[in-house]
Design a protein around this ligand. Structure first.
Ligand SMILES: [Zn+2]
Length: 210
């Protein structure tokens, strides 16, 4: 069908508009927030504009390694969201006391379905390494938290392999962050790649003006 829309670009998609909106006229999200189903952490606490979030939640805040050949709602959602021109921040959050991490450490028995899900997250080795040789023993909260942080960083690495994030992060205009929330202390840390460690979060992480 012929259209009289005066657009010089050959693309049918409006891109790079300062306020790009969806089909209902709402502004497209600026933040992709990935977290565990169990997490009591509200993503809205960490972003400047709570109505600009796309959320992905699953048990264990797992990011499947990018693979366009398998059927996965999470992969499709993340891949799609990364194409949105307004997106400025990608945040993945983990938490203490996570059932998924407890299962990775053999501290909790789970269903075969859950075991397979954890397997594809690729963090079993990193989580177990974080607690050393004490697998099978009863682990204290500190050891479990160390494993949960290692698990989170593995998911962050998985995320970094998605189109647009794997190299150059869309020309440097997309920020990728990892948050860890400790329910015991009520505190939230942010991962600092420069220091390769977690530091206390003192500010909003996403959607704020640069
Ligand atoms: Zn969890």
């Amino acid at each position: 069908m012929h259209t009289h829309t005066p657009r010089s670009s050959r693309s049918a998609l409006p891109r790079q508009s300062p306020r790009t909106r969806d089909r209902l006229g709402k502004e497209l999200p600026k933040v992709l927030f990935i977290s565990c189903t169990e997490s009591r952490l509200a993503p809205q606490r960490f972003v400047a504009h709570p109505d600009q979030i796309y959320e992905v939640r699953n048990i264990g805040n797992i990011v499947l390694p990018y693979n366009p050949r398998i059927v996965s709602g999470d992969i499709a959602t993340i891949e799609y969201t990364l194409t949105l021109p307004n997106l400025s921040d990608v945040v993945i959050s983990g938490h203490s006391g996570c059932t998924a991490v407890a299962a990775l450490l053999a501290q909790k028995s789970v269903s075969s379905c859950m075991r397979r899900w954890l397997f594809v997250g690729n963090s079993r080795a990193a989580s177990r390494e974080a607690v050393g040789a004490r697998i099978g023993a009863v682990l204290d909260a500190e050891a479990c938290e160390r494993a949960a942080r290692a698990h989170l960083l593995t998911q962050l690495a998985n995320l970094a392999g998605y189109p647009g994030l794997e190299s150059g992060r869309r020309g440097g205009d997309l920020r990728l962050r990892a948050l860890f929330h400790s329910s015991e202390t009520g505190t939230t840390d942010i991962y600092s790649p420069r220091d390769n460690s977690f530091v206390p979060l003192t500010h909003q992480v996403a959607g704020a003006a640069r």
